[in-house]
Every structure is written in C-alpha cells, then in structure tokens.
Design a binder for this molecule. Sequence first.
Ligand code: SF4
Length: 222
Amino acid sequence: MSTHREKLVLPGGADKLLLHSCCAPCSGELMEAFVESGIDYTVFFYNPNIHPQKEYLLRKDENIRFAEKHGVPFIDADYDTDNWFARAKGMENEPERGIRCTMCFDMRFERTALYAHEHGFRVMTSSLGISRWKNMGQINDSGHRAVAPYDDVAYWDYNWRKGGGSSRMIEISKRERFYQQEYCGCVYSLRDTNRHRKAQGRDRIQLGVQFYGDDAEGKAGA
Ligand code: SF4
C-alpha cells in the first residue's frame, strides 16, 4: 500500500460524517481512510446522472458490496432521472468540466446536504474530487454552495488525492476487483466517450465487462 495515511479528524468537532459517493473505485480510499481513523460515517448514494440504469445498478451494487464489507450504513437515495434530465436541458452538448457538470455536482450535493441537515450530520464530503478526470475546484465550489442554506452542515473540502490517496485508490480498486466504468456517467458523457473512441479506431463501450486489474484503462469518477 502506498504511503501511510494521516489520521483524519472531522472538522468542527463533528461526531459523524455523510459521504456522498459516486462509485466504489472513487470512494474506496475515502472509506478505508475513515475506518482507519475511527470516523463514524454513512455512505449516501445519490447519482441520478448515471445512464443507463444497467450501468447505474452496476456502480451502485459495487458500492453496496464494499460498504457491507466494512459494516458501513448505505443510504440508497432516489434515481430521479427525470429531474436530472430537466436540469440538463440545453446543456446536452457542453463539454466535461463545463456548466452541465457544475449542475450535476450541484444537484447531487444539494440532496446530500438536505439529508445531512435532516439527519444530524454536521459534515458532508464527496468522493468525486479524488478522480483525476475531475476539476477539484469545481466540485468544492458545488459542495460549499450546497451547504450554504444550512447553518448546521459544513462541506469538508479535503484533498483526497494528496499523501498517496490517488495511488491507494487504484490499489484498492485492483485488490477489490471493482467494476471499472469507462465514462463519467451521463448519457452525454457516454456519447462523447464513444465518439472519441471511434475517432481513435476503438470499439464502443460495453457495459459491465471491465474490472480493475484487467489491462485496459477505464475512467473512474461519475
Ligand atoms: S459528464 Fe459526468 S459530471 Fe458531467 S454532467 Fe455528465 S455525469 Fe455529470
């Protein structure tokens, strides 16, 4: 295992944490870090962006499997795709890291912050920022925006990539042979990734066939 983790302490003396998880590969390092630091946490899976449902279930089930392994509570939130598509209207052709992604992070974090507020979690964070495919500043801005309406919830913008976090994320994913997604998550990212692959003379993405530890490179981070 890469470099030892530093002992984590929840900000503001909070006693428990709500973790918005996008998928098992991205949240694996965070989940093991919380266990190691003795942090009481709950996984909140709210990702109505993931399309199609087959892919959504693959990612969710993998995350449930890992949460069960650690005896961690897992909140299986709504798959309200209609709301996601309504908010994405007019942004269908935006590039990754653009305004559609800001909307997507906002939507997922707003629901997470509401749950935190209603269930006594004073801190929330997300696995989204550990992926090298993502803009961490964009994610942190969404996180802080989501908790702004609540006096009793803070967003923890810890840099999960540092101190070997990125390497451990891959190591854990390979050890667990996690399902390896090959696109960010929404139907537009699936379309754009397939276009890119076609331009490179590669085959279209096949759902459910790639696992960490296999050779080809996937794309963690929904
Ligand atoms: S590319 Fe990813 S982050 Fe951006 S809108 Fe699609 S699923 Fe959300």
